[in-house]
Design a protein around this ligand. Structure first.
Ligand code: SAM
Length: 264
């Protein structure tokens, strides 16, 4: 059996270049193209993704993820969705946080990323706790009010329609359900920002080219971070999706931010 379940939404897989017909308008085509470009980007780097994360962040991403999952306060037997879960770092941490008594569904558009993650999941004997579903985060293929908690790590920045994604996460959470979003941001201090810019635009793309075989993928990363809304603005978007008690907490001088919210 295919370990990655597909939902009905398949618009993200690269298709033949068939001409677009109505009701596709220019904006729709642009959105489809962005989603496809993101798909291609992660497909290209899937094999090297985990190694590059650790290498480029000097291992700090593990600390960010550990702290972010801890902040969620997961309980035994919770059902959790890891939206844009990729290779499953957050999912595996969540299972540990639930004392190996809960379930996590990794939901991602890219099967190559999830298949990579499944290798680790199997090695760690976590198959009974984690499964993967392929689909677009803008339309989650689950009924409403199903999950105790939802998380999205370094994923929302890549989603074309972020508002739709946040609304979908809100919909599938149970009343009282918790939401956590871990995302990059920009350091506030000017000297640190200069250093960070140099590393992001000069060093990272070069390492990406030589190690992961894609300069573009690792140039896309700093560029997309700079286009992403600043924490107060993104926190407002989370509120607009319906969440209450929204907060944001910076880590490592503002390089990453943990957003939290609750469905009342
Ligand atoms: C930077 S990776 C993050 C993976 C993982 N959450 C982590 O923290 O390591 C972003 C992931 O988002 C997925 N993604 C991007 N756009 C998506 C979309 N519209 N729907 C579902 N997944 C998406 C990509 O395939 C990729 O696996």
């Amino acid at each position: 059996m295919n370990p990655v379940q597909k939902n009905e939404y398949r618009g993200h897989e690269p298709q033949n270049d068939t001409p677009q017909k109505p009701p596709y308008d220019a904006a729709h085509i642009a959105r489809e193209e962005k989603t496809r470009a993101v798909w291609k980007h992660f497909h290209t780097i899937a094999d090297k993704y985990d190694f590059m994360n650790t290498f480029l962040s000097l291992g700090i991403h593990h600390l960010w993820k550990r702290r972010a999952v801890k902040m969620m306060g997961l309980k035994e037997n919770d059902l959790v969705i890891d939206v844009c879960g990729g290779t499953g770092d957050l999912a595996r941490r969540a299972v540990r946080a639930m004392q190996y008594q809960g379930q996590v569904i990794i939901y991602d558009i890219n099967s190559a990323m999830m298949l990579k993650g499944l290798e680790k999941i199997r090695k760690m004997g976590l198959e009974d706790h984690i499964c993967c579903v392929q689909g677009n985060a803008e339309s989650l293929s689950f009924p409403s009010h199903l999950f105790d908690a939802a998380m999205i790590g370094f994923g929302i920045r890549n989603v074309t329609n972020r508002e739709a994604c946040l609304r979908e996460i809100y919909r599938v959470l149970k009343p009282g359900g918790k939401f956590m979003c871990l995302e990059f941001s920009l350091p506030a201090s000017s000297w640190f920002r200069a250093l960070y810019d140099f590393y992001s635009f000069r060093v990272m793309p070069l390492l990406g080219k030589h190690i992961a075989g894609s300069r573009e993928a690792y140039l896309h990363l700093p560029e997309s971070i700079r286009r992403f809304p600043l924490p107060p603005v993104f926190a407002e978007m989370i509120r607009d999706a319906g969440f209450s008690d929204v907060s944001h907490t910076s880590m490592t001088k503002g390089i990453v931010v943990v957003y939290q919210g609750c469905k009342k």
